[in-house]
Design a binder for this molecule. Structure first.
Ligand SMILES: Cc1cc2nc3c(=O)[nH]c(=O)nc-3n(C[C@H](O)[C@H](O)[C@H](O)COP(=O)(O)OP(=O)(O)OC[C@H]3O[C@@H](n4cnc5c(N)ncnc54)[C@H](O)[C@@H]3O)c2cc1C
Length: 272
C-alpha cells in the first residue's frame, strides 16, 4: 500500500501514468455490518471517480463492502450507483470475487448489472471447478472478466488445491477466453503476478494473431513492480491495483498466506 489515504493512492497512480501503467483503486474493507457504512463506501467511490478522471483509473469493490451480508437489494442498488458513476467518469467498475459462500450471489448481481450497465466487470477464480461453466453462462452478456487464481481457503470438493492444478486451469481458461477477446466479445484481464503464466497465455494470443495491447494484465501495488514496468514497456496493457484505507488486516493476512516468505520478510523488518 502506498498509504492509508486516497491521496497517497492517487499520487501513486499519477506516478504510474508516465510508465504507461493504469490504476485500479480499491478501498479496503469487507463484511460490513450496517448499511450506513455501505453508503459511505459508495459516496467515497463517487468522489474517487470524480477526482481521478485525469489518471483514467478504474475501481474495484467487494460486494460484502456494499452490504451483501445484510441486504441483497440494497447491495444491488449500491452497485447500480457505482456503475452509473463509473460510466459518467468514463471509468469502469469491477466487482471482486470473495469466498465461495458469495459466488452464486455475486455472479447473479453481476449478471443483472451487466444487462443495464456497459462498464462493469467481474473477478472469477481459476481455483474453483465451477469457473469454466460460469464463464460459459456469462459469455452471451459480452462480459468483462478479471481472471485471478483465488485468494480464499476453499475445500477440495469445490476447488483445486494444488498450485500446479490451479495454474493449469488458469491457462486453460485463458485459452478458452482469448478467442472471444480477439472477437471483441469479451474484455479479459489477467490478474496475476505469475509472469511465466502470462508469457504462456501470450503464446496462445500470438497464435490467434493478437497484439500485445490486446492482452490486459493487472498486478497489486508493490508486487513485481519491475515486471509490471517491463510488460508495459513491451506494449501489454498493464494496470496496478492500488489498495488503501485503514481496514487492511484481512487483506494483509491473505497476502501473507499466498506467499509465506512474506511472513519472514515482515519478521525481519520488526527485528532490531
Ligand atoms: C489485480 C488483482 C486483483 C485480484 N482480485 C481478486 C479477487 O477479486 N478475488 C480473489 O479471490 N483474489 C483476487 N486476487 C488475488 C489472487 O487470487 C491471488 O491470490 C494473488 O494474485 C496471488 O496469486 P498469483 O496469481 O500472483 O500467483 P502465485 O502463484 O501465488 O504467485 C506468482 C509469483 O508472484 C509473486 N507473488 C505473488 N503474491 C505475492 C505476494 N503477496 N507478495 C510477494 N510476491 C508475490 C511470487 O514471486 C510468486 O512466485 C487479485 C489479484 C490481483 C493481482
Amino acid at each position: 500500500m502506498p498509504g492509508e489515504g486516497f491521496d497517497s493512492a492517487l499520487k501513486a497512480a499519477v506516478g504510474f501514468r508516465s510508465k504507461n501503467i493504469g490504476a485500479l483503486f480499491t478501498l479496503l474493507g469487507e463484511n460490513i455490518t450496517d448499511l450506513a457504512a455501505a453508503n459511505k463506501v459508495v459516496e467515497h467511490y463517487e468522489e474517487v471517480l470524480a477526482a481521478s478522471m485525469d489518471v483514467q483509473a478504474e475501481i474495484s469493490v467487494k460486494p460484502t463492502q456494499l452490504g451483501l451480508d445484510i441486504d441483497e437489494h440494497a447491495t444491488y442498488a449500491n452497485l447500480q450507483r457505482l456503475a452509473r458513476a463509473a460510466e459518467k467518469a468514463n471509468s469502469f467498475l469491477w466487482i471482486d470475487m470473495e469466498g465461495s459462500a458469495y459466488t452464486d450471489r455475486t455472479i447473479a448481481l453481476y449478471r443483472r448489472l451487466r444487462a443495464e450497465a456497459p462498464r462493469v466487470g467481474l473477478a472469477l477464480q481459476a481455483y474453483l471447478y465451477r469457473t469454466v461453466s460460469d464463464i460459459a453462462t456469462l459469455m452471451p452478456l459480452t462480459p468483462a472478466i478479471r481472471l485471478v487464481k483465488g485468494a480464499y481457503s476453499e475445500a477440495q470438493d469445490i476447488a483445486f488445491v494444488r498450485k500446479r492444478d490451479v495454474d493449469a486451469n488458469y491457462l486453460a481458461l485463458c485459452a478458452y477466453m482469448l478467442p472471444e477477446v480477439k472477437r471483441r466479445k469479451l474484455r479479459l484481464v489477467l490478474a496475476t503476478h505469475d509472469v511465466e503464466l502470462i508469457a504462456r497465455a501470450w503464446r496462445f494470443a500470438q497464435a490467434l494473431e493478437m497484439v500485445r495491447s490486446e492482452v490486459e494484465v493487472a498486478m497489486l501495488y508493490g508486487i513485481r513492480t519491475d515486471e509490471q514496468e517491463r510488460l508495459a514497456r513491451e506494449g501489454f496493457a498493464v494496470r496496478d491495483l492500488i489498495a488503501y484505507g485503514d481496514a487492511w488486516y484481512a487483506w494483509y493476512l491473505r497476502r501473507l498466506a499466498e506467499r509465506p516468505a512474506n511472513v519472514w520478510f515482515v519478521a525481519r523488518q520488526l527485528l532490531p
